[in-house]
Design a protein around this ligand. Structure first.
Ligand SMILES: *[C@@H]1O[C@H](CO)[C@@H](O)[C@H](O)[C@H]1NC(C)=O
Ligand SMILES: *[C@@H]1O[C@H](CO)[C@@H](O)[C@H](O)[C@H]1NC(C)=O
Length: 989
């Protein structure tokens, strides 16, 4: 872009042909290479869904990890959306606002500003969930209710939307998806070129259950995002931490590093113990490579400790102080104030600000006018120590997530290398104090990590690692299960259960589950969620075998396997992307005598078995399957079930090799399995379609509102401009006859309409009105522009033409001298004419010595060459040292035709007035200018692109193609100094 504008400037200043020659823009052409087209469709978005803020970072070929800025260029967006009544009559949807704009509306429209939704994701509305209660207390004006359908999730009823009675109930995910959609649009704007971004990696707090993760996924999908993976907040921070570091190599027997990520955000606090190490693993071929590994070893959390809980302390204190206000009507109670939406919105907003200020100052306050009641003026003051007194109970909770995380990871505080702090609320002074107390001083605390953005960067980094379009540092980041997973099934008419994964089991690692069942059956996976002192078994996944009975029958029929020898095995793992249990395969097998049935079929099946083992090898490389957990039978499980052994992949491969030595084969038949998600029912496809359509209609309404606003603004601006124009002398001159009065009339009419009937008009009407004004104004403006530029441009063209005459002379001179030399050569044939030839060439080349200095070859060598040839043989035609008669003719043709055109058009233009469309247009002159410049450049090119010793390499490259160019070159130099050089033009280069 810079290049183009510079080019344009140049054509204005290069009115001297010698300028054109000297500043030949080769260099500019070299710099103006088009930007390489970027690969499409490979962008990944890292998203950090926080309680208070949404953040996103984009990776895209050409954009290495960049924060997605909001519309107001902020690095994070307040997690809020608001619906504001539309100004249009009968609009189907209200206006939507996002982020800070949405929050700013909370005091006016508290019943339609939706913020901090994260706490409501995936929880039940019905069973008196504490989070639902806390949320409605905080936002008394919002109408929370059960979401439509049978899923028993949280919904919001909005009175501004919907037909008929004017209400519509949103799913909490539906509202979050609007915010994610906005985030996605911002990212697409950053990616540019109309890019579509779909793939995302999203963070989650370690304590999220399957239901909560699925809720996030639903919101993302409604926003058109494809969730490539989810990553826990703590691991994401660790991943970002690891991108710029290397860790001790366990392959060389070094001890790993242990760090705890302490993350206190607005909604909750988590502590995550991470182990960092590097390891040498096999790479392609015979090469080894070093990979960095991060494993989540354990997590602890407090679901409600965070900035919001601290704000609430201030809000409650404000309400108590407000109650002392004498202006309040009698009978006002705390609960009355707390159920007043506008009042609470104002108090909450200020509580956040007050808390931030108290982090740096010892006291602060706030004044509210007309709070709760019109004539109430409320002055609130609080000191840091008062705040800390209020927060005593909260302070005592600060250390717990660290203790819990260490306990889960089974390591001691002294094993930690550091505690990495993350999240907005860690800046609170008493939190820091408590952390120091917990960690025995500040030496362990590491505040150097980007406390706001480490998680979102980590998520984007993970996204880049998952995409084949990027080559990133090899870091294997492995989350843990957080919740134990058990499996339940019926066998011999009894319910059996077995714990399969512990809270610290690593995701992605395959486990084998062996059962006695030989008939088709069903089994289910449960997350064990601590609930008070108890545990809830939350169903996650159900699996039904489809052809177990059939496959067992086949084993006994075809291989005479006795039922007692047949085992049923399943491979289970926590899905690497979601961390939730999934079943990857199942099979039945039995040992058969290989000598009996050594058919080809068996061999093929043996390969099958081997093939499956191969798939597991990458896992072993991670060094994790070795560390597999020994599964414990639940006490309630009957004893027979203990025969249902579990094997690590190592054990099973060992089992496979042994029988082979005994000439015994293991016959394996895969079984077909059907998995169904358990827990909260998923949305039916009709429901999904209904919601998607509704969201799309809302989007379309926003878009058409934006277009209408644009058209309205444009018309309004044009009316102002029109008023200025009718007073502009130069403009009025370009109008004919009654056009001026017509324009005045139309401008006034449009103005009256716009501020009267037109206020509710449609986009189309605005455009029509604008068109009727444009009809007169645009052609007149074009004429005005022509009128103002014509003279200058004509002058430039004239000067270029007259300047070109000296170039013609120069070329003629050189040609003549070459021809003269030839004639005299012919005349004096065999006598020594060397000297005269040399003389003439010197005449033509003026100061050849000077100009030739930085040529690669000796400047005299060219004349020597001429001498040599002429001495040896008499040529039959003139040798032209630079220009040929054809060059001259073609230059003259162009100059003549342009001259002629210019004279004709100038004569026509003379007869026209300023209100006529011009005969001599600026655009036509520009194209003629370019034509002449091109010709001159050709002449210049022959001269050699070398203009002076200070030239840059770009044009030096061009110079090697001629040795005989000194003549013209030095001429141009001489002429240049005498021409009216504009120094500014040269500076621009
Ligand atoms: C790769 O690592 C293995 C085991 O550490 C080692 O034996 C081997 O020599 C290494 N190979 C190369 C090419 O460094
Ligand atoms: C059961 O289903 C699996 C997977 O579809 C198939 O490979 C296997 O052959 C089936 N078993 C029988 C006995 O057909």
């Amino acid at each position: 872009m810079a290049c183009t504008s510079r080019r344009r400037n140049m054509s204005f200043v290069t009115y001297s042909p010698f300028f054109t020659l000297v500043l030949a823009p080769f260099l500019l052409f070299l710099l103006c290479l088009p930007a390489p087209a970027s690969a499409a469709g490979s962008a990944v978005l890292g998203i950090d869904i926080g309680t208070e803020y949404l953040k996103a970072a984009l990776v895209k070929p050409g954009i290495p990890l960049e924060i997605v800025l909001t519309k107001d260029s902020k690095r994070k967006e307040s997690a809020a959306v608001a619906f504001k009544p539309s100004r249009e009559n009968g609009a189907p949807f209200p206006e939507r606002f996002y982020g800070g704009d949405a929050l700013a509306l909370a005091a006016r429209f508290p019943d339609d500003v939706y913020a901090n939704l994260k706490v409501l994701l995936g929880i039940s509305f019905g069973d008196g969930n504490e989070a639902v209660q806390t949320y409605s207390d905080r936002y008394p004006a919002l109408q929370l209710e059960q979401a439509p359908g049978i899923r028993d999730t949280v919904g919001f009823r909005s009175k501004k939307i919907g037909d008929g009675e004017g209400t519509y109930t949103f799913l909490v995910e539906e509202i979050l998806s609007m915010q994610l959609k906005q985030l996605r649009a911002n990212a697409e704007a950053l990616a540019g070129n109309g890019a579509t971004i779909q793939d995302a990696v999203i963070t989650y707090p370690a304590y999220y259950t399957a239901e909560e993760k699925r809720s996030v996924k639903l919101a993302a999908e409604l926003a058109g995002l494809n969730v490539e993976a989810m990553i826990s907040d703590g691991l994401a921070v660790g991943l970002n931490y690891a991108t710029s570091r290397t860790f001790p190599s366990v392959s060389d027997g070094q001890k790993p590093e242990y760090h705890l990520v302490y993350d206190m955000g607005a909604g909750s606090t988590t502590g995550t113990v991470l182990r960092f190490q590097s390891r040498n693993v096999k790479d392609v071929g015979r090469f080894n490579k070093t990979v960095q590994e991060i494993h989540v070893l354990g997590a602890g959390w407090d679901r409600t400790l965070g900035g919001d809980a601290l704000n609430e302390l201030i809000v409650n204190d404000m309400v108590n102080k407000l109650l002392e206000n004498k202006k309040l009507s009698e009978g006002t109670t705390a609960s009355k104030i707390k159920s007043h939406g506008k009042t609470m919105a104002k108090l909450w907003k200020d509580s956040e600000r007050i808390r931030q200020i108290l982090s740096a100052n010892t006291e602060t306050g706030s004044t509210f006018e007309g709070l709760y009641e019109e004539d109430v003026v409320f002055k609130y003051k609080i000191t840091r120590s008062e705040f800390e007194t209020l927060a005593k109970e909260h302070a005592s909770r600060v250390g717990k997530p660290i203790e819990d995380a260490l306990a889960a990871a089974n390591i001691k505080l002294s094993d930690l290398d550091s505690v990495i702090l993350h999240g907005g609320a860690i800046r609170t002074p008493f939190v820091q104090k408590e952390l120091e107390k917990e960690c025995g001083g500040s030496s362990l605390l590491r505040t150097s990590v980007n406390a706001d953005e480490a998680a979102v960067f980590g998520a984007a980094f993970k996204g880049a690692g998952l995409s084949p379009s990027f080559r990133v540092k090899d870091i294997r980041a492995v989350d843990a299960a957080t919740y134990a997973v058990k499996v339940k099934w019926d066998s011999d008419g009894k319910e059996r259960q077995q714990k399969l994964f512990t809270p610290t089991s690593h995701i992605g690692v395959e486990k084998h589950l062996t059962v006695k069942n030989l008939d088709d059956f069903e089994f289910s996976f449960y997350q064990q969620i601590p609930f008070g002192d108890d545990e809830n078994d939350a169903p996650v996944l159900g699996v039904a075998t489809q052809n177990l009975t059939e496959s067992v029958k086949k084993l006994s029929d075809e291989y005479s396997c006795a039922p007692a020898n047949i085992t049923t095995t399943f491979s289970v793992r926590l899905n690497p992307a979601s961390g939730l249990p999934e079943i990857t395969s199942g099979s039945v097998s039995c040992e058969v005598d290989a000598s009996k049935k050594g058919s080809v079929v068996d061999d093929v099946k043996g390969f099958f078995g081997l093939g499956k083992k191969d798939e597991q090898k990458p896992l072993q490389e991670e060094g994790e399957s070795v560390e597999s957990v020994t599964l414990q039978e639940e006490p309630s499980t009957p004893t027979e079930a203990s025969s249902s052994t579990t094997q690590t992949s190592d054990a099973s491969s060992a089992q496979e090799t042994k029988p082979a030595e005994l000439k015994v084969k293991i016959e394996t038949i895969p079984i077909n399995l059907k998995s169904t998600l358990l827990g909260r029912p998923t949305l039916s496809s009709e429901e999904l379609t209904r919601i998607r359509d509704h969201l799309a209609a809302f989007d379309a309404s926003d878009r058409s509102r934006a277009l209408r606003e644009e058209a309205l603004n444009e018309l309004e601006a044009f009316i102002y401009k029109g008023r200025d124009l009718v007073d502009d002398e130069e403009f009025v001159k370009t109008l004919k006859g009654d056009q001026l009065s017509l324009l005045k009339e139309r401008v006034e009419a449009a103005s009256e309409w716009l501020y009267g009937d037109g206020a509710d008009a449609s986009t189309k009407e605005f455009k029509e009105k604008l068109g009727s004004l444009n009809e007169i104004v645009n052609p007149a403006l074009r004429r005005k522009k022509e009128n103002s530029e014509r003279e200058t441009k004509a002058k430039i063209l004239k000067e270029l033409l007259s300047g070109s005459k000296s170039v013609v002379d120069l070329v003629e001179l050189q040609i003549k001298s070459d021809e003269d030399a030839f004639s005299s050569l012919v005349a004096e044939s065999s006598t020594s004419t060397v000297e005269s030839s040399e003389t003439s060439s010197t005449t033509a080349t003026a100061s050849a010595t000077d100009g030739g200095i930085d040529l690669d070859d000796d400047p005299y060598s060219s004349s020597t060459t001429i001498t040599a040839t002429s001495a040896n043989a008499v040529p039959t035609a003139p040798t032209y040292s630079m220009y040929t008669p054809q060059d001259l003719a073609s230059l003259k043709t162009v100059l003549e035709s342009v001259n002629e055109w210019f004279d004709t058009q100038s004569a026509l233009q003379e007869k026209l007035t300023e209100s006529d469309d011009p005969a001599l247009t600026v655009a036509d002159m520009d194209s003629r200018l370019q034509e002449v410049e091109r010709k001159l450049q050709h002449i210049y090119g022959k001269m050699g692109a070398k203009k002076s010793g200070s030239d840059s390499s770009g044009s030096k490259k061009k110079k090697g193609d001629g040795k005989k160019k000194n003549g013209g070159k030095s001429k141009s130099k001489t002429e240049k100094t005498s021409s009216k050089a504009k120094p500014t033009a040269k500076d621009e280069l």
